[in-house]
Design a protein around this ligand. Structure first.
Ligand code: ADP
Length: 266
């Protein structure tokens, strides 16, 4: 039996198809989020990658900022719940999740059985989110996927004192005009995101193992700065950006399973 999770974010759309709630059959990611054709494209791509038709999917669970907009869904679930389920499924040793996406950051505490025991989030300010990195990468005229390479080369990161994205933008432009080393500037930018998210994480409480989810998890510069700030090894897996969609596919499986247990036909 196949279930599908779709995570419709602010910047990207992700889908995961699971077989029997256990095995990832296919995944897809489109860099276009809510309000675009991204969700539909991601949905079509994942079906095609799995070699399945729409009628083969027993339940579609939607999550993410744009989850209510996906007409084909059978149910919707919060990002917190889905990231919790996805990360715990992929890494059962995880007790703290740091999720940094395109427009918010969340820290989620998990119990030994994977339930959510606490969370804190920043969804009010672009600083400390992927948006901050996207804006800064734009000024530096490099791709977000290149930030890691620059940051990890730096021996002395520049300190970014502005806590607001708009002011930090001017600060970075001013540093560039002074010919500050680009590696040090990028390391400072990654460090700025890390220190804001570390403050959230300290409020939630840190218990190992700590895993990152969301797109920014792929940035080794942010991971390294977070590990340093928190004094723990902040881990990630290559599919960190799919954790919300994976959790949604797991939740979809539970919906069907619940129905089967109670004798309801889906
Ligand atoms: P959302 O669900 O809100 O759309 P994601 O979890 O998909 O957000 O994360 C999007 C963010 O991830 C982007 O804003 C970008 O900063 C970052 N990102 C995406 N791809 C990469 C990459 N290859 N390397 C580093 N950062 C990335």
């Amino acid at each position: 039996m196949y279930t599908l999770g779709i995570d419709i974010g602010s910047t990207t759309s992700k889908c995961v198809i699971l077989r029997d709630g256990k095995e990832i059959v296919a995944k897809s990611l489109v860099v276009a989020g809510t309000g675009t054709k991204g969700p539909k494209q991601s949905y079509e791509e994942v079906l095609s990658a799995a070699g399945l038709n729409e009628s083969d999917i027993a339940f579609i669970m939607a999550t993410g900022y744009g989850r209510t907009t996906f007409e084909k869904m059978n149910g919707e679930m919060s990002e917190l719940s889905c990231h919790g389920k996805g990360v715990f499924f992929a890494n059962p040793g995880c007790r703290t999740i740091i999720d940094i996406g395109g427009q918010d950051a969340k820290v989620i505490s998990l119990t030994d059985s994977g339930s959510i025991s606490n969370f804190v989030m920043n969804d009010k300010c672009a600083a400390g989110t992927g948006r901050f990195l996207d804006v800064m990468a734009g000024i530096l005229m490099i791709g977000v996927e290149e930030l890691e390479e620059y940051a990890l080369r730096s021996a002395s990161p520049v300190s970014i004192s502005s806590t607001c994205t708009v002011f930090a933008e001017s600060e970075v432009i001013s540093q560039l005009s002074k010919n500050v080393n680009k590696d040090d500037l990028v390391a400072g930018i990654c460090g700025s995101v890390a220190s804001r998210v570390a403050a959230l994480a300290k409020r939630a409480g840190i218990k190992e193992e700590v895993f990152m989810s969301g797109g920014v998890a792929q940035n080794g510069g942010v991971r390294a700065a977070l590990s340093k700030e928190l004094g723990v090894d902040v881990k990630y897996t290559d599919d960190a950006q799919y954790m919300g969609a994976l959790g949604a596919a797991i939740a979809a499986f539970h919906e069907i399973d619940k129905g089967l247990q109670s004798g309801t036909d889906h």
